[in-house]
Design a binder for this molecule. Structure first.
Ligand SMILES: Cc1cc2nc3c(=O)[nH]c(=O)nc-3n(C[C@H](O)[C@H](O)[C@H](O)COP(=O)(O)O)c2cc1C
Length: 165
């Protein structure tokens, strides 16, 4: 096994820094919210549980996102955890926010759009935002949730995959 070469995460090493962060395998979510123009969504893998009591979860929104204004202060939103067969949704919502159909979505509490066939959906009320570098950390209080067993969609090293076996 190769010994990794140490480096500082400065502007010269941005690509390597991203590569290193990408070694951390995550699930994949689509954050969904209802805007004045209708439902919108965005693929995000920065989802993390923060607190059990009270039930708080976070995700990090890039300041440079064209969808920043839609999500940065959304009072209500949902984090939809994708299952292994939902690669197309992950790619679609990475590109733009408009991949809802009658068949793949429904309205949750407070009319927040939810995706069908996901492994879990956390419906949140905005609790707190923390501006940190080039991202905004968005902390939500989970008001309602649903989940089922199944295989998650995984993201690691810039690639999507599933658990082996
Ligand atoms: C697997 C995956 C995870 C992502 N996670 C995040 C995330 O946590 N936060 C974020 O701001 N963007 C994330 N993105 C990027 C957005 O989904 C989107 O592609 C990006 O904001 C560019 O589009 P926009 O400028 O139209 O928003 C992720 C993309 C992919 C494919």
């Amino acid at each position: 096994m190769m010994t990794p070469v140490p480096f500082r995460p400065d502007s010269k090493h941005l690509r390597l820094y991203r590569n290193a962060l990408g070694q951390f395998a995550t699930g994949v979510t689509v954050v969904t919210t209802l805007t004045a123009e209708g439902p919108t969504g965005m693929t995000a893998n920065s989802f993390t549980s923060v607190s059990l009591d009270p039930p708080l979860v976070l995700w990090c929104l890039a300041r440079g996102s064209l969808r920043y204004d839609l999500f940065s202060n959304a009072e209500r939103y949902a984090l939809n955890v994708l299952h292994s067969g939902q690669y197309d949704l992950a790619m679609g919502f990475a590109k733009d926010g408009g991949h809802f159909t009658q068949a793949n979505s429904f309205a949750g509490e407070h009319r927040v759009p939810l995706l069908r066939h996901t492994l879990a959906a956390f419906e949140c009320a905005l609790e707190q935002v923390v501006d940190a570098g080039d991202h905004r950390i968005i902390i939500g209080r989970v008001e309602q949730l649903r989940y089922r067993d199944g295989d998650p969609l995984i993201f690691q090293g810039g690639h999507f995959g599933t658990f082996a076996g």
